[in-house]
Design a protein around this ligand. Structure first.
Ligand SMILES: [Zn+2]
Ligand SMILES: [Zn+2]
Length: 276
């Protein structure tokens, strides 16, 4: 008798704000946010940043019949890969796209229609034949088909953003991006939400030293991520949403400093597969 398939997540893009190719970002990668979470045939994608183009190529090798795509929010670095995500145009796929930061489904549809309309982009959004759009409210547990359960929490970010907790087989992965610490009520809710998680992806765009120049920009620091992980008993915090200016060598140094405070820390790297 085979055991149930285990939870895993592949990171297809780890950079914040804008794609950042170049010599100084080769090792950690320059693509923006895109995650693929799996338990056997069940697949949940989180965000469609520029990393989604490569994910689309990989999915075409063995198309799952249906998959859910959850947006953390709709800033450009989290949606810019959708027009280049080939499964969206292929009706062998059945993609349900969800967002939790709009009052209704029309909010998400409107954003996608805006970025996919000539002359911004030559192909109109109605050519996304495989995609249907749904809405939920950040904070809800979303009822979906498939064994992975998904809960959500509202984050502190301009225009709103949604954090996720995905669970299967006693394992858990939390995704906390894009998020700025400092709102006591939201911070409390996030701490409860990530309690005892195996993996926590965290918005570590800045350092504590840089942060005073970026208050209100909607992002946090690696130090705050590590602090949260220690308080909430998170086994493996993963520093994520790297600032476009951050070089590979700087990320190495941040990783070392963070690991001295929490032995489970990882610095997110494009192509990394996490198996909690
Ligand atoms: Zn972002
Ligand atoms: Zn954002």
């Amino acid at each position: 008798m085979s055991s149930s398939p285990s939870l895993s997540m592949k990171l297809w893009g780890v950079r914040g704000s804008t794609p950042t190719p170049g010599q100084t970002t080769l090792r950690y990668g320059g693509e923006t946010t895109c995650f693929e979470v799996r338990a056997g045939d069940d697949a949940i994608l989180i965000d469609c940043g520029s990393g989604a183009r490569n994910l689309g190529v990989a999915l075409h090798a063995a198309p799952p019949r249906a998959l859910d795509l959850f947006f953390t929010h709709t800033h450009l670095d989290h949606i810019c890969g959708l027009p280049f995500f080939s499964p969206a145009y292929d009706d062998r796929f059945e993609i349900t796209a969800w967002a939790g930061h709009f009052p209704d489904r029309a909010g998400l549809v409107d954003i996608i229609c805006r970025i996919m309309s000539p002359p911004i982009f030559p192909v109109a959004a109605n050519k996304l034949r495989a995609v249907s759009f749904r809405n939920f409210r950040a904070g809800d547990t979303v009822a979906r088909d498939g064994p992975i359960t998904l809960r959500s929490v509202a984050l502190n970010h301009p225009g709103g953003a949604t954090g996720y907790r995905l669970e299967h087989g006693g394992k858990s992965i939390c995704i906390i991006t894009d998020h700025e610490h400092g709102d006591p009520e939201v911070d409390r809710a996030v701490r409860r939400f990530v309690q005892d998680a195996d993996v926590m992806i965290y918005d570590a765009m800045y350092t504590d030293a840089e942060y005073p120049r970026f208050v209100g920009w909607g992002h946090s620091t690696w130090e705050k991520g590590v602090e949260l992980a220690l308080e909430a008993g998170v086994r493996q915090p993963v520093l994520f949403h790297h600032d476009p200016r951050r070089s590979d060598d700087e990320l190495d140094a941040i990783g070392e400093a963070a690991a001295a405070r929490h032995p489970g820390v990882l610095v997110a790297r494009e192509g990394m597969v996490l198996t909690p």
